[in-house]
Design a protein around this ligand. Structure first.
Ligand code: ASP
Ligand code: MG
Length: 464
């Protein structure tokens, strides 16, 4: 399927999908926040294309606030450069450096929009009022005071805001929100501006039942609840930044995830109530109706970013597990799954395995090694050849037999399950990393998630 030519598609009629689904049919002229990821602004031609799209939204009567990421792989290149000059770059300087990426794209985008005869002004995160704590590299937004953005928009301009950055309330230093943080900037601004919708533009047509790079006939999910989207984001689906979904859920901000390379409807992320309203009060599209009716399972997510540590031969005594996980907590490491085996009767020893972000593997091993004498375990094993496959769906709560079907599909694909964990609406398994694709495809097929024809088009290259 060839990507739609935007210049033909966009100017034919105002884009009707800029308003969130609701039961009111009034024509709205509220604020729309649009976020464009790095793959949507990777070169001058892309920036001009995005500029056209923004101007079209403005012409359709909306006030537009745009959040933009750094061009293409700029952030990675800046990171590499930093590590060339210093093995352990200072956090403050790293944030100074990385935020330059977004400054480049925001200024170029403002120029491109200006060139189309539409007034536009760019703002850094700090100028846009994004106030954070002072943790460099993963700052949290504590307040958004977008006075200058409101003023610019009130004067008829399109406001362009640099994503993924803010300013620390205490130190007044520039901070970044962590990789992929522009999504969070967009939702936080949308909430502060009381926008109608936050549109997240990416290089695929929305959120799919599995990564289309693995399962080519994955289906676009038309409507998805915040809870399911959170599980997807937390379990490796790279489509949205986790914190952005948390923020949207708290503020009931509708998110529309869609491609900047086409004008197709994407995925609406909404509250369960809003989804029910839409299905009941409005005539859902045929696809929405058929998908939602049987939507016990929404999709299959996978994650290649974790590794597994096993503490072998832990004495089966009160307090040993607490001690091990205390040490990891002190090292600021987030643990995902934990499995403790039944201890062998003969020895009274047990094994404890857990998964954690691969990036924290070294820190965790060092911290645990220091504990060897105190706890008296036999040895530590480190395995970074693992991956996680997760089945997600709100319908799991009320439908029995989902785990059995999931595990059977994985077994039939010849894949061994190493660990299992569940939430109310998710089942995850840890498998050999080399077999992730097989497990994802098998589970996807077992729950009949395939589209009748291939509908997923991957327009960009980086998955963001
Ligand atoms: N440019 C930053 C990154 O690549 C932020 C973002 O894209 O959201 O992580
Ligand atoms: Mg990026």
């Amino acid at each position: 399927m060839a990507p739609v030519r935007l210049d033909e598609a966009l100017f034919a009629s105002p884009d009707p999908s800029n308003t969130p689904p609701s039961n009111s049919r009034t024509v709205s002229v509220g604020i729309v926040v649009q976020k464009y990821g790095g793959s949507s602004v990777s070169d001058a031609a892309s920036i001009k294309r995005v500029a056209q799209r923004i101007v079209a939204t403005k012409k359709a009567g909306h006030d537009v606030v745009v959040v933009v990421s750094a061009m293409g792989d700029t952030t990675d290149e800046l990171l590499d450069l930093a590590h060339e000059v210093s093995p352990l770059p200072d956090g403050r300087e790293m944030d100074m450096l990385l935020t330059a990426g977004e400054r480049i794209s925001m200024a170029l985008l403002a120029m491109a929009i200006g060139n189309l005869g539409q007034q536009a002004q760019s703002f850094t995160g700090s100028q846009a009022g994004v106030i954070t704590d002072s943790v460099h590299g993963k700052a949290k937004i504590i307040d958004v005071t977008p006075g200058r953005i409101r003023k610019a928009v009130g004067e008829g301009a399109v406001a362009i805001v640099a994503g993924f950055q803010g300013v620390s309330q205490d130190s007044k230093d520039i901070t970044t929100l962590g990789r992929g943080g522009s999504d969070t900037t967009a939702v936080a601004l949308a909430a502060a501006l009381d926008a109608e919708v936050c549109e997240i533009y990416t290089d695929v047509d929305g959120i799919f039942t599995a990564d289309p790079r693995i399962v080519p006939n994955a289906r676009r999910i038309p409507l998805l609840s915040y809870e399911e989207t959170l599980e997807m984001a937390a379990n490796g689906a790279k489509i949205l930044h986790l914190r952005c979904v948390e923020y949207a859920r708290r503020n009931l901000m509708p998110i529309h995830v869609r491609s900047s390379f086409s004008t197709k409807e994407g995925t609406w992320v909404l509250s369960t109530e809003r989804i029910a309203e839409r299905l009941a009060d409005e005539v859902p599209t045929e696809q929405e109706a058929s998908v939602m009716e049987q939507a016990i399972i929404s999709g299959v997510a996978h994650d290649r970013s974790e590794s597994k540590i096993t503490v072998v031969g832990v004495p089966d005594k009160v307090g040993e597990a607490a001690r091990i996980f205390e040490v990891l907590a002190e090292a600021q490491i987030n643990i995902d799954m934990i499995v403790q085996n039944v201890s062998a009767a003969a020895t009274g020893l047990t094994d404890i395995s857990f998964t954690l972000p691969r990036a924290d593997g070294q820190t965790a091993m060092t911290a645990l090694a220091r504990l060897k004498d105190e706890v008296g375990y036999a040895q530590l094993q480190y395995d970074d050849g693992v991956g996680k496959v997760s089945l997600i769906g709100a319908g799991m709560r009320t439908n029995p037999g989902i785990s059995a079907r999931f595990f059977k599909s994985i077994a039939d694909a010849g894949v061994n399950i190493e660990m299992i964990s569940t939430s109310e609406i998710r089942i995850s398994v840890v498998v050999n990393e080399a077999q992730i694709d097989d497990a994802v495809s098998a589970a996807h097929a077992a729950f009949d998630l395939e589209a009748d024809e291939v509908e997923a088009v991957v327009y960009g290259g980086t998955g963001r």
